[in-house]
Ligand binder design. Structure first.
Ligand code: NCD
Ligand code: ZN
Length: 350
């Protein structure tokens, strides 16, 4: 008999869709797996207001295939001049689910991000007061800090003091990549949690640099040493409610990745559940997959758990070398590999 696993329909708590033709090409991949996703606001120009978020939400909804239920949950991109009233109103109306802190210059389309966290302190105080979650890209950007140390230094310089100053603020430390981040999240209060991507559970920095430079393994925060990958696998599969699924799927066209200044971001959306489930199987934690994928994140955000379910069965899936990305092809995570779990298509996909 084929081994299978049925879980409550999951959510992706950190996702990049882009806009236009690229967005329309990638949305169906996420919608076939997830009921909801926290959508990142780093478009060019960024989604900085509730009105921009509402309009972007409509464009995403229009790209969801007929018969599929999928809800984009929107975030606002914080800048030095964010209007706290607009944020609060957007959260109260349900237009915004969270706000995103990008330190200026940390990653793709973050040039308009926050230059000094002190400049948004009043905004963060309002968010803490109304229970609006803050999603954090946790890397410092100082030229003198080595790129492999930027997450750990961010904890000491920015995140730990922030959590101490505003102990009520709900903080999601996004796409954690280090044992320091795991330790910080574990030791912080219940209002601090983390998302973990599939790539940081599967690869260490060798995947990017050994035998030639592999642009499709490059994302930010950059993959670290093996000890960190092992700490992440332990945290994600431990059953702790502080760690949950957020793919950070970040599509860039093949030509933008395979370039003399290749973009950061791994497009893992096509086979995200299959990729994560492989890790849980290898760690002997299949019984903890539902919590990680479908419960911890929703509970942290204060969202109702999804109705319905998805089923994965033990069967090989060949990941294509590239997929349609709208204007140009995109190389997905695990391109050319065969994964060992397969999402059973729902009737709407048939
Ligand atoms: C993301 C992107 O391309 O938008 N890139 C990435 O490497 N993860 C931005 C981000 O989440 O850092
Ligand atoms: Zn991201």
């Amino acid at each position: 008999m084929t081994q299978s696993l049925t879980i409550r329909r999951p959510d992706d708590l950190h996702l990049h869709f882009r806009d236009g033709a690229t967005m329309r090409a990638v949305v169906p991949w996420s919608a076939r797996q997830f009921a909801r996703a926290i959508v990142m606001p780093n478009l060019a120009p960024p989604v900085t207001t509730s009105a921009l978020a509402a309009a972007y939400c409509e464009r995403i909804r229009a790209a969801v295939p007929a018969g599929v239920t999928f809800a984009p949950l929107m975030t606002a991109y914080l800048t030095d001049s964010t209007d706290a009233d607009d944020l609060v109103a957007g959260f109260a109306d349900g237009v915004l689910t969270a706000a995103k802190l990008y330190p200026a210059g940390a990653t793709t389309n973050s040039a308009s991000g926050v230059t000094d966290i002190a400049s948004i302190e009043p905004v963060l105080e309002r968010m803490a007061a109304i229970g609006m979650p803050l999603c954090v890209h946790g890397e410092v950007t100082s030229a003198d800090i080595d790129i492999f140390d930027r997450e750990a230094v961010f904890i000491d310089r920015i995140l730990a003091p922030l959590v101490e100053r505003l102990p009520e603020l709900k903080v999601i430390f996004e796409h954690v990549t280090t044992s320091q981040a795991v330790d910080f999240v574990k030791s912080a209060g219940a209002n601090v949690a983390a998302t973990v991507t599939p790539q940081h559970l599967h690869i260490n920095r060798n995947a990017m640099l050994v035998g030639g430079i592999r642009p499709h393994m490059y994302c930010l925060p950059v993959a670290k040493r093996e000890t960190h990958r092992l700490a992440l696998r332990q945290a994600a599969t431990s059953g702790s409610a502080k760690f949950f699924l957020g793919t950070d799927s970040a599509p860039h066209h093949r030509n933008a990745k395979e370039s003399d200044c290749g973009c950061a971001g791994i497009f893992n959306a096509p086979y995200a559940l299959e990729s994560y489930l492989q890790v849980f199987e290898d760690e002997g934690a299949l019984d903890r997959f539902e919590g990680f994928a479908s419960e911890h994140g929703a509970r942290f955000y204060g969202l109702a758990l999804n109705a319905g379910s998805v089923t994965l069965e033990k069967a090989p899936v060949a990941v294509p070398a590239e997929v349609d990305g709208g204007e140009a092809a995109i190389v997905p995570f695990h391109a050319g590999e065969t994964l060992s779990w397969r999402l059973v298509p729902s009737p709407a996909d048939a």
